[in-house]
Design a protein around this ligand. Structure first.
Ligand code: PEP
Ligand code: MG
Length: 588
């Protein structure tokens, strides 16, 4: 159950969770359920016709939703997906099969699952790739009807201005679909941590979020007013007028004046230049990032683009998107990471006991080599206009790099033979598992650059699931083992004059940036909404003092000691660089 911390009076019920996206959000609660359960039921005669009506109404609503999405969507890729799904709902044979199951006495949910699964299996066996991929649309569209039947879709249609989403587990697709419309003012989630992908997106969209409030969704029904305080993890249910007024003032208040950054260079007080890049999830964001001083894209998570549909997009769809990114970024460099999906993200048919250690990222790419080759071809073609940096995720052995390089060479040759225009790809890897740290010299010899993925590095070095709220106390970014690993990579890269971009969430946090700078990092890639804050911070500290703190942290014997060193430095020397809400209540 959520921890009830205090009660101002009978109205202001205050819960304490973890802040994962800064800002204040005030609005009315809409509750969503991310997991569904189905039960085998036998329907009575009367029940059968009621169930048929329920199913037909859900199909009608799904079609209406999809038509609306088609009319609003500007991207031809996304429009095509929604159109294909309407087509499935108009397929008489598919619908009749489900209806006949219901007429036999099966619940609508089970009937959909059973029939959809049969189609999915059949499609998956088809040789022709274009037809085979239709299973993804069947899966997606049946999910949509299931959520409508589950009532959550009714709730989705209730999302209006000033919504506070309450959810058991926030999925990237949910925050993308609803957050982008600007209606969601805050998120309260039961699970997920600072580095969960959904919260990375929430930060990019500037939506305040609090996580770790287990059982919270059972306490509300929807429609209640709530305040989400994304600075210190507070959630206030039934806020009084006075509380709303106090927090409303904070919604308006901007923490920093951004006008201080007119030039593009970010330097420490003693003149060390730090290059600021952006982690981009939506192409449109780049314009703003550039204005704020980003000098390129340090990480584009290609899988985010397609996470509303399961499975892999076609080569043409990918080509169009990558080309658009390269065009939007112009003269600056862009690093596009190949799909970092796990098996479940690829298809709901897969279930792994431990997805973080499973068929994820480069492993999935090399297992489904056709798909990987398709992505490489799309990237090669998109680089014809301007060169692209390609990043391979989760590399743990040199053989993965060598295989990828071979594929790259072969696909390039084939395209050239076919007289297709291709450009240059520079190849890099994510350094995010311990073996990559130990083998960094060998890996560096094979690549043009590396991206340091500190989110996964912490997860794998400390064996702590980054998405599991119950072990979040063990997710210690400043653990000396993590800091020493980062130090090794930065030093080896410097020796071999290879570029390193730090692109985990650490690079966008003022608490960790001085340590990174002190260790010698010169390229930091972060969420667009962190850029101004980090530039402000870097411009007001000296490299020399950052170096000293970093040395001390490197020598610390424990995470506690490392955190204490950093905390002391902040309170003694850097406190003035932060808005007051930055320092949690009670800490000096
Ligand atoms: C990381 O692991 O730090 C990273 C940048 O990649 P992702 O968060 O997508 O796993
Ligand atoms: Mg990672």
């Amino acid at each position: 159950m959520s921890r009830l911390i205090w009660q101002y009076n009978r109205i202001d019920l205050c819960f304490k969770g973890k802040a994962v996206s800064r800002g204040i959000g005030i609005g009315k609660i809409v509750r969503l359920q991310s997991r569904r359960r189905f039960y085998q039921t036998r329907l009575s005669e009367g029940g059968k016709s009621k169930e048929l009506r329920r199913f037909r109404a859900a199909v009608r609503l799904a079609k209406r939703q999809l038509r609306k999405l088609v009319s609003r969507e500007s991207s031809s890729v996304q429009r095509g997906i929604f159109e294909a799904q309407i087509f499935i709902l108009e397929d008489r044979e598919f619908i009749e099969k489900i209806e006949s199951k219901i007429s036999e006495g099966t619940s609508a949910e089970l009937a959909i699952r059973e029939i959809a699964n049969r189609y999915i299996i059949l499609y998956k066996e088809i040789q022709d790739e274009a037809i085979r991929e239709k299973y993804i649309d069947v899966e997606d569209v049946s999910d949509r009807i299931l959520s409508i039947l589950n009532r959550s879709a009714h709730l989705l249609t209730q999302i209006s201005e000033d919504t506070i989403l309450v959810i058991d587990e926030l999925k990237p697709s949910v925050i993308v679909e609803f957050g982008k419309k600007g209606l969601v003012k805050g998120v309260i989630s039961e699970s997920g941590g600072w580095t969960s992908h959904a919260f990375i997106i929430a930060r990019e969209l500037g939506i305040p979020a609090v996580t770790g409030l287990q059982g919270f969704s059972r306490l509300v029904v929807g429609g209640e007013t709530a305040v989400v305080n994304g600075y210190d993890g507070e959630v206030i249910l039934f806020p009084s007028e006075e509380t709303i007024k106090t927090f409303s003032e904070r919604v308006e208040k901007k923490s920093f004046s951004f006008s201080e950054f007119q030039g593009n260079e970010t330097k420490t007080l003693d003149g060390k230049v730090i290059e600021i890049l952006v982690n981009l999830d939506f192409v449109e964001t780049y314009e703003n990032a550039k204005k704020l001083g980003a000098k390129g894209v340090g990480l584009y998570r290609s899988e985010f683009l397609f996470n509303q549909r399961k499975g892999f997009p076609s080569e043409l769809e990918q080509f169009e998107v990558y080309k658009k990114i390269v065009e939007s970024v112009g003269e600056d460099r862009v690093k596009i990471r190949t799909f970092d999906l796990n098996a479940e993200g690829f298809s709901e048919q897969f279930h792994e006991r431990n997805p973080a250690l499973g068929l994820r990222a480069i492993r999935l790419g090399l297992t489904y080599e056709r798909e990987f080759r398709k992505q490489i071809r799309a990237l090669l073609r998109a680089s014809a206009a301007r060169s692209i940096d390609v990043v391979l995720p989760m590399i743990s052995d040199i053989s993965e790099i060598l295989k990828a390089k071979k594929i790259l060479r072969e696909e390039r040759e084939k395209l050239v033979d076919r007289k297709v225009r291709v450009g240059e790809l520079r190849l890099g890897i994510m350094v995010e598992v311990p073996s990559a740290v130990f083998m960094i010299e060998e890996f560096l010899a094979e690549v043009d650059f590396v991206n340091l993925g500190t989110n996964d590095l912490v997860q794998y070095i400390l064996a702590v699931d980054r998405d599991n709220e119950s072990v979040s106390d063990w997710f210690r970014t400043l653990h000396p083992a993590v800091i020493r690993a980062i130090d090794i990579v930065l030093r080896k890269a410097e020796e071999t004059e290879k570029e390193v971009v730090v692109c985990g969430e650490m690079a966008g946090s003022p608490v960790y940036v001085p340590i990174l700078v002190g260790l010698g990092a010169t390229r930091l890639s972060m969420n667009v909404n962190s850029i101004a804050r980090i530039r402000h911070f870097i411009s007001n500290i000296a490299y020399e003092e950052a170096y000293e703190v970093a040395r001390k942290v490197l020598q610390a014997k424990s995470a506690d000691e490392a955190e204490e060193i950093v905390h002391r430095k902040f309170t003694q020397n850097w406190r003035h660089l932060f808005p007051s809400e930055f320092f949690p209540k009670g800490k000096s």
